[in-house]
Design a protein. Structure first.
Length: 201
C-alpha cells in the first residue's frame, strides 16, 4: 500500500524535473528549427543559382543585353564560367555503393595522371600526416626523409583545389586544349553577376 509520504515524494520529484523537461523540449525545438532553416537556406541558394545561371542569362540574351541596371542601382553583368572538380576523399568515402566508389576512385586517379601528363602537376597538393611523440621538434623535411628508417606510420593524401582546377581548365579551354570533361568534371555556362554598388548580391 502506498503511503501519503511516498505519494508526496513522487509528486515533488515530478515537479522538480518539469523544468528540466521544458529546457530539453526547448533545446530540441531550437535544433529542429536550425535544421528547417538549413533546408530553407539550401532551397534559397538553389533558386538564386537557377536565376543567376538560367533565367537572367536567357532573358538578357533574348533582349541582346550583356549588362543591365535597375532603378534601385542593381547592376547585372553576364559572364562565362568554367567549373571543374575531382572527386575528394570525402566524396569517395560517402559513395552510396561500391561500384560508385570505384568509379570515383578511377576518375580521381585518371584526373591526377592527366594533370601530371599535361604539365599541371603543381595543382596537386600532397599532404603527409605523421604520428610522432610529444615534444619531438624535428624539421618536417628531415623527418620525411627518415620516416621509413624511423618506423613511423604515415598517411599520404593528395588533393586539388577546386578553384585552382577551374581556373586552369578555363585557361586550357581558352587556349584550345582538348580536355576530358568527364575526368575533370568540367561544365561550362554563363551566369549573371549582380551588384549593388560595389557589393555583390
Amino acid at each position: 500500500m502506498t503511503t501519503q509520504y511516498e505519494n508526496d515524494k513522487v509528486s515533488s520529484e515530478a515537479e522538480a524535473t518539469n523544468p528540466i523537461k521544458s529546457i530539453i523540449a526547448r533545446r530540441k525545438e531550437l535544433s529542429d528549427n536550425v535544421l528547417n532553416l538549413n533546408e530553407v537556406m539550401k532551397a534559397y541558394h538553389k533558386e538564386a543559382r537557377y536565376i543567376d545561371c538560367v533565367q537572367l542569362p536567357e532573358a538578357m540574351q533574348e533582349f541582346g543585353l550583356d549588362s543591365f541596371e535597375t532603378d534601385e542601382g542593381i547592376t547585372v553583368k553576364i559572364k562565362e564560367f568554367v567549373k571543374a572538380s575531382i572527386p575528394s576523399e570525402t566524396a569517395i568515402n560517402k559513395a552510396r555503393s561500391e561500384d560508385q566508389r570505384q568509379e570515383l576512385i578511377a576518375r580521381r586517379e585518371d584526373a591526377f595522371e592527366a594533370l601530371s601528363q599535361m604539365g599541371a602537376a603543381s595543382l596537386i597538393k600532397s599532404k603527409v600526416e605523421v604520428d610522432i611523440p610529444r615534444g619531438d621538434k624535428r624539421e618536417a623535411e628531415v623527418l620525411t626523409a627518415m620516416l621509413k628508417e624511423s618506423g613511423y606510420e604515415t598517411t599520404s593524401k593528395e588533393s586539388v583545389h577546386a578553384g585552382q582546377l577551374s581556373a586552369w581548365a578555363k585557361e586550357q579551354l581558352e587556349q584550345g586544349t582538348d580536355l576530358d570533361f568527364d575526368v575533370f568534371g568540367i561544365y561550362q555556362g554563363t551566369e549573371a553577376e549582380l551588384k549593388l554598388g560595389r557589393r555583390k548580391i
